[in-house]
Design a protein around this ligand. Structure first.
Ligand SMILES: O=C(O)CCC(=O)C(=O)O
Length: 285
């Protein structure tokens, strides 16, 4: 396994993203692919075509309750838990859920810039998306991350339903500022945002803090297909932060998927600032 030295820990803490090169052996990558294929052939109620009917249409599924045992077996063998334990120096590690993205035919454009912490009711330093694809991805087709953005403002989410309006607010409440139009800014000045991204080989894993502004990863004629598995984890330094109580303009309410993410403190017992814990979530360490 790649060594998690101080510079890697520091890079994750301050930049909010690292590339774990070669984290997965060929065998482990195959096991990840088997899980991914299971997800493709067993769509959950959350499965959706994002931007359906547009040139940017692509497939997504998240948090399949029937997949928990399958992903649990993978995570007991795969190096993610060991890696994150060292990266965060966290005593405990939990799994939040899996997500898959399929972009194909060289057509689907960018995933909009967003922070996952606008969709999930938690915050803290120990949040990670392990983002891995089963194809070689040039830098131009890889996930992009605004350096250090997990330490900055919490924006509203993207409603993810209009590719021509990527900052369309999901909650539209005064306490959450609308997402900045990062692509418009970059069109005017490509250096306006400090963006990290890496080309990646199968077996490499982009690990980003779930609160970073991240997006991009389009497919095009040079890189026509991307099959991506995202595994989300959290550690000790994670606290509950209630989402707005209004209904989101989003294709489903992620709070419905996870018992701990209910926004009803009287049901979960969780209040803002409480450690984000729930017996229903899979503890891996
Ligand atoms: O792969 C993508 O297109 C988006 C990934 C993403 O937003 C995430 O991992 O949270």
């Amino acid at each position: 396994m790649m060594r998690v030295d101080q510079s890697v820990k520091e890079a994750f803490r301050s930049d909010g993203a690292i590339l774990a090169e070669g984290l997965l052996t060929e065998l482990m990558l195959k096991k990840c692919k088997d899980c991914f294929d299971w997800s493709v052939t067993h769509p959950s109620d959350n499965a959706a075509k994002i931007y359906e009917g547009t040139a940017d249409e692509h497939y997504n599924d998240i948090s399949n309750p029937d997949g928990l045992e399958i992903y649990k077996s993978l995570l007991e063998e795969a190096p993610f838990v060991d890696f994150l334990t060292e990266l965060w120096e966290s005593e405990h590690i939990w799994f939040l859920s899996e997500e898959i993205f399929i972009k194909k035919n060289g057509r689907a454009g960018r995933s909009p810039w967003h922070q996952d912490t606008a969709y999930f009711p938690y915050t803290g330093m120990h949040l990670a998306n392990c983002w891995l694809s089963f194809e070689y991805l040039p830098k131009a087709n890889s996930l992009e991350i605004v350096r250090g953005s997990h330490l900055g403002a919490q924006y509203d989410g993207s409603s993810y339903n209009d590719p021509s309006n990527p900052t369309k607010p999901m909650w539209d409440v005064p306490e959450l500022p609308r997402l900045p139009d990062i692509e418009a800014d970059r069109t005017v000045d490509p250096t306006s945002w400090d963006v990290l991204s890496w080309p990646s080989e199968p077996g490499d894993v982009v690990i980003c803090h779930s609160g970073t502004l991240h997006g991009g990863a389009p497919v095009d004629s040079l890189c026509p297909t991307r099959n991506t598995l995202v595994l989300r984890f959290f550690g000790d330094d994670t606290t509950y932060r209630a989402l707005p109580s209004v209904k989101p303009d989003y294709f489903h309410d992620i709070r419905d998927d996870l018992t701990a993410t209910s926004n009803q403190p009287k049901e979960t017992g969780l209040r803002d600032g409480d450690p984000f814990r729930d017996p229903g979530l899979l503890q891996l360490r």
